[in-house]
Design a protein around this ligand. Sequence first.
Ligand SMILES: [Fe+2]
Ligand SMILES: [Fe+2]
Length: 472
Amino acid sequence: MISAEKIPNNVNLSSNKRLQRALEHWQPKYIQWWRDMGPQGFQDYHQVYVRTAISVDPEGWAHFEYVKLPEYRWGIFLADPVHDRRIGFGDFLGQPVWQEVPGEFRNQLRRLIVTQGDTEPASVEQQRLLGQRCPSLYDLRNLFQVNVEEGRHLWAMVYLLHSYFGRDGRDEAEELLERQSGNRDKPRILEAFNEPIDNWLDFFMFTMFTDRDGKSQLMSLSESSLDPLSRTTRFMLTEEAHHMFVGETGIARILERTCQLMKQAGFSGDVRKLGGIDMPTIQKHLNLWFSLSLDLHGSEVSSNAATYFANGLKGRAKEDTFDEHVVKDSYYRMEFFEDGKPVTKEILMRNAMNEVLRDWYVGDCAAGVVRWNRILEQHGLSERLRLPDRKFHRGIGMYSGFHFDPNGVPLTSEQWEQRKHEWLPSTADAEYLLSIMAEPIYEPGKFANYIAPPRRGINQLPIDFQYIRTEQ
Ligand SMILES: [Fe+2]
Ligand SMILES: [Fe+2]
């Protein structure tokens, strides 16, 4: 049964019969999906110490309790309304924001919401086997926290579809549970969400780089003229921050441990002999997930992006920090690749909106890499991690038909085939990672050999707290 007790919300669910009816139909399918496609082996006998959002104010939002995962209270929350909010960009600048979907933008808005919504269950599917290879109970709990919140993000998008898009919205909500990550016939919409994540190095890189694309997208949607979309995504951003924390600190702890092992190995770099993860392997996984996540921002020149901006549907990250919000006659200097050479051209700024967002994203990633490199520096190591050039390993946009090395130097197909595993994980790398993760660690306070313990536990609890307990 649908009730406000079971579904914490601030959208007046108890007095909204239409939404109740739609959810009553959808929710059992969601639970079935969670059981089939969510964390494998952790559905029935495990209680997980997770944070549940029960309201948007700070206390309600950080409510911790032990729950069985399928009984998690997935809720529906919108950030508080902004009084007299006005459209902040595009052709309707300054007009009041919309509380309903304008007919002429219905298809475009539905597309944006479905594309965002599709990524949420996709990542849960990608990560569903990781629990059986976890480096600690602390990490296992973080994985499940991320998973239940991605589930909640799906609820957030389904709420919008059910409330504002009628029959088509209900159909789309069902299809969000029918597509499957990596499925040949019914794949998820975006490519990075069809890639398997079967080891924890991939998981941490994914939460660092791909969840950060989530942040890019949510920031631009939170500028939207459709006020319920803006408010929904604004609240989602608070959860996204935790996902990136899991990724950034996860890699930081691997680096910490790798440094320790390198010292033990006499700085030979051969930390695999000691069961650690060597720097080249870490760099390759960074290259993989950064490049896949760059693709998620779409083509460099995009008339769709221009239309979304003109119509006020999707803005730039931190739109109010820009001087000019109509952006009709300004240009963006963009590098093209023609006849094997880079050529700079001026592109109408509105057509370059994907690239503008990608610029913001690259800057945000670069700051994270600087923080990682401090660890290497503190240990007196000369190695550094770095972001590959944006042209490297692209599957979408103007560079996708060509090959480049991580410095952006063009390569022939033969050179690429010969050398790609210097820069991207190979089957041997995957096998090595699985070999050191084969035994999961469920003992409180114990950590796998390849990762250092965190600085502190969750919710001010000790690191060796029993974050997950079993019951008979
Ligand atoms: Fe999400
Ligand atoms: Fe996320």
